[in-house]
Structure formats: C-alpha cells, structure tokens
Design a binder for this molecule. Structure first.
Ligand code: OOB
Length: 535
C-alpha cells in the first residue's frame, strides 16, 4: 500500500464490495479481457497509428517488461506529461500492470507545476513528448532533473537526445504479479483549492467502477468510436467514460492532437466518431464552426459537456446544430460524477448538470454552519461514496480542511438539488477561477505575482466572460512605477507557470477591500471591477 494514501475505512470498503461497486478488477485487466475477446478490433487511432486490441495489449506487456528490466517496480511513481498521442495508451497500461503509479500532468503544465508534482510525488521518471505545439519538453526535463532529486530518468516519445526513447524500452513479456485491486492505480491532479495542485490517489477498484459505470450510463459498446479531444491526462476524457470506459467495452479510441475544429472535424469524418467530451468554450467554438465546416459530422451521436457550467442557451443549440444528443457532466477528479441521462426530460438536460452516477453516492448540501440546508436551497456540496477519495496524497494538513471528520469531501461548489436529484451548479466558495474548465488556483498565481519587484500586493479574481464563463483579473497594488500586464505575464512565464494561469487582465489599485479579519475581500474586489466596467 502506498504511503500517504488514505484508504476507505474497512466497513465502507466491505460495503462497496458487497454492493458490487468494487469488483476486484484491475485497470490492466480491462484491456486484457478485450484483447482476448476481440483481438483484431481497432482499439486506438491517432494521426500516425492504428492499433488493434492485440497490438496495444502486446505493446503494453512489452513496455511493462522493459520498464521492469530498468528497475521499475510496484509503487514507483512516474510523472507522465504526454499529449493526446497513441503511445499514451500502452504506457498507461504498462504502468498499471507493473503496479507503478502514473502521475498525470497536463501538457500545458510548466516548471512551476512540474517541479512541485515531481517533488510531491517523488517520481523516479518523467515521460514526455519531444516537442509539442512548439514547446521542447526535453528542456523542461533538464530543469526537472536539477530540481527533483528522486527523478532519475526521462523517457521520450519521439527524438530522445540525451534521454531514453520510449520506443526502446521494450522486452519480451514477463509474468508480473500485478497490483492488488485495492492499490492506488494512478494520481490525478486536483483543480486546486488552495495553493499548488494536489494529488488525487485513485485505486484500481474505484477507477474501474468510475470508467465502466460511465460507459454504461452513456450506452457505450464495441461500436463506440470515442474522440479524446480534451487532454487525456484529465479525468473527464480519461475515465468519464472517456478512453478507459471505451476500451473497457471494446470500442475504438481516436486521439486528436488539439480539440480545434481544424484538427477534430476531419478526424470525426474519417473515423466516423460517435462520441466525445468538451468543456463549454470548446462546445461554443464547435457550434460556430459546425455552421461552415465542409466536414461531415453526421456520425456524432453524443456530445458530453462539463468542467464548467454550460449556459442553457448554448445547451439548446447542440441538438439542432451538431445533430447529436447532449449530456451535461459535473464531475471532479476527487471522485463524484453527475451525468444527465439520455431519458431525462428536456429541461433537465438543458438546465441541470446531471445527477450522481452511483446510487450510494452520499451527498450533503450544507450552509456555512455545516448543517444541511432545506431541500431546494443552495449550499456547499459535500460528498462521500464508492469512487470519492478520503484524502489527498501526502497532504495531512490540507486533508483536515478538505474532508469532514466522517469522510465527506468538501467540494467547494455551491449547488442546488431538484426533487429529481439533479444538481444545478450555482457558484463556488473555493479560491479557484474556472476559466472555461481550466482551473486557476488563485493563491499559486498571487504568490508568484508578489515576487515581482513592482508588486506590493496582489489578488487574482474572476470576472464574468461570455465565452470562458469567467476570466482572471490580477488586481495589484504597485510598489513604485506600476507594472504592465505584459511585464507581469513575462515574469510569470519566466517562473514557469502554465499559460492558462496568466492573468487575462490587470487592474492597478491603491488599496484592496478587506474583511473584518484583514484578509482581501475577493468578492467585493470582483464586484468593484464589475462596477467599474459598467460605470
Ligand atoms: C472536472 O474535474 P476537475 O477536477 O478539473 O474540476 C472539478 C471542478 C468542480 O468541483 C466544479 O467546480 C467544476 O470543476 N465543474 C463544473 C462542472 N464540471 C466541473 N462546474 C459547473 N458545471 C459543470 N458541469 O472538471 C470534471 C471531471 C470529470 C468530469 C467532468 C468534469
């Protein structure tokens, strides 16, 4: 059992097994079972590859053996930062079969996030593409090797330079003991509540449920052709039901390098894609592009939208414009997933963010005093259940704040529940800006902003935006001559912050509104900016 992992209390684990949520299967076995059942069916397609189930299964076994020969063993953490390329799939399954634990970073992450993730996880290896969207990840790897002492090895999908090519890590398949289904299978990244990203340990048992139950709700089967358009390191395209859910039922996963209509639409036509998942700003972009594209999108049956609140007006256009069904998904890497269902009444489909996946997801909607609010009232969503974690990885202090003593996760989301059980996301109380699905942890950015010599104090707040839902605005009290946004963003980029966290706007102020305790009053600050925009 991995140190720093909070397991479910025994009575809960027993119950989840009795109730059939945890079936004692490993993620590695999902692929094996399909490879035995339909070896010649296409499993994975990208720009340059088309692999059958037998091929992916074999590649995963050979890679697992190659990693084993290099000294990788069960429990080792491996920081994986790959874009949507076919090689991601055998790598993931090789690690699962070894019992090694992938730490899934997003392609957009840079030194700030990656150094933190490498140090926190104690990863022994870092897996990267050579160059992705113009960025050379080998340069990042050099920085990481210098900053994270446990990191010993860099594996490259592509041109390896002084590092090791992933393609060369291969050996004849070995019989491996494999992990226990209750072991941690992977570490996902949190959207962040405070400070730097936290790691979310997901076990084989709970993540197999997450992916397979999602596949059932979405009606996925061997004829499903799922397009992974969002970065596959993210829970939504990975396992809701995503890549893993599709492979668990013998469907085909198609990977696109970017979710832009230019890349994705031709692939939808060529591969007859039936389902995909997007965040709201991308859904808006696709709705516009679908009006003029020459591509035939007629194969599309299901568009899932989640990660941020989808406006009802946009939801209404999905059917008529894209000719497919819409499903809203309100989920979190920590666990709980809410889906609208195919047979929901139209207003539930358009205006709610779905209802929980599992009958035994326990939801509490509470006020500031932690007591449940009256039915239909808005409050913070707390959750406990068969696929919701009981603690972040190696974060005892954060865990005391993020979980109640009886094990409920405090989501920081403000929701309202309808009599049907469907939830409407009304807002949030956590210090995160949700930039169209990309989560910007406010404190992390502020800490870097105040390190700039021209910044005396800084507060990052969200301001409403038609496309992204909200954008980030840096409010700064200057020290001497006021800095420009370009200067501040150059400073943040130089510190190695992911581009999506750079402030969209800058406002220089003389003072911040404060709470009675002297903390920056972000709510008032945001209101101030909104007023000055309108006045
Ligand atoms: C998904 O996961 P994360 O971990 O990146 O972010 C979770 C947070 C939620 O706590 C909530 O604040 C927000 O993202 N969120 C939504 C939403 N879906 C997620 N807010 C409003 N409406 C929605 N539909 O974002 C995620 C994970 C699995 C499936 C889908 C999304």
């Amino acid at each position: 059992m991995l140190d720093g992992f909070t397991a479910w209390p025994t009575e809960f684990a027993d119950r989840y097994r009795e109730l059939g949520y945890w079936r004692g299967r490993t993620l590695g076995s999902l692929l094996r079972e399909q490879a035995l059942a339909t070896p010649e069916h296409t499993a994975v397609v990208d720009g340059g590859h088309r692999w059958t189930y037998r091929e992916v299964d074999d590649l995963a076994d050979r890679l697992a053996a190659g990693l084993h020969r290099r000294g990788f063993t069960a429990g080792d953490r491996v920081l994986v930062q790959l874009p949507n390329i076919a090689e991601f799939v055998p790598l993931l399954f090789a690690l699962f079969r070894l019992g090694a634990v992938p730490v899934l970073a997003l392609p957009a992450h840079r030194e700030t996030e990656l150094v933190h993730l490498a140090q926190l996880s104690g990863a022994r290896a870092y897996v990267i593409p050579d160059v992705h969207l113009g960025h050379d990840h080998r340069a990042l790897a050099r920085t990481l090797l210098a900053e994270a002492p446990q990191l010993r090895e860099v594996l490259v999908a592509g041109e390896a330079q002084e590092f090791t090519a992933l393609a060369e890590v291969t050996a004849d398949p070995l019989p491996l003991a494999g992990p226990d289904p209750s072991d941690v299978a992977l570490l996902l990244l949190s959207g962040g509540t405070t400070g730097a990203p936290k790691l979310i340990p997901r076990t084989h048992d709970d993540y197999v449920y997450n992916a397979t139950a999602g596949a059932e709700v979405c009606g996925f089967d061997a004829s499903t052709r799922y397009l992974a358009a969002l970065p596959v390191a993210h829970n939504f395209p990975l396992a809701c039901p995503g890549l893993l859910g599709t492979l668990s039922v013998g469907g085909t996963v198609v990977l696109t390098p970017t979710p832009s209509p230019d890349d994705a639409f031709p692939l939808i036509e060529r591969e007859r894609v039936t389902a995909t998942a997007l965040v709201p700003p991308l859904a808006l972009l696709w709705l516009e592009a679908a009006e003029w594209t020459p591509a035939d999108l007629g194969s599309l049956e299901l568009l899932q939208v989640g990660g941020a609140r989808l406006k009802a007006e946009a939801a209404r256009r999905v059917g008529p414009v894209l000719g497919c069904a819409l499903q809203q998904v309100f989920g979190m890497a920590e666990g709980l997933l809410n889906y609208t269902r195919a047979d929901d009444f139209e207003e539930l489909l358009l205006e709610t963010q779905g209802r929980p996946l599992a009958e035994h997801d326990e939801l509490r909607i509470v006020g500031p005093d932690d007591r449940e609010v009256a039915p239909g009232e808005t409050g913070e969503l707390l959750v406990r259940g068969p696929y919701t974690i009981r603690g972040y990885y190696r974060a005892p202090e954060a865990n005391r704040a993020a979980f109640t003593p009886d094990g409920f996760y405090r989501s920081g989301d403000l929701v309202r529940r309808l009599p049907s059980g469907h939830l409407i996301v009304e807002g949030r109380i956590k210090d995160v800006i949700n930039r169209g699905g990309d989560k910007v942890p406010v404190e992390e950015v502020e800490n870097l902003l105040v390190a700039h010599p021209a910044v005396h104090d800084a507060a990052l707040v969200g301001v409403p935006d038609d496309v992204l839902g909200e954008r980030s605005c840096a409010c700064v009290i200057a020290q001497g001559a006021a800095p420009t946004r370009a200067e501040l963003n150059a400073h943040l980029t130089g510190r190695g912050l992911a581009a999506f966290k750079l402030p969209d706007r800058l406002v220089v102020l003389d003072a911040f509104p404060r709470t009675a305790l002297g903390k920056v009053n972000r709510r008032e600050l945001a209101a101030l900016i909104r007023e000055s925009d309108h006045g």
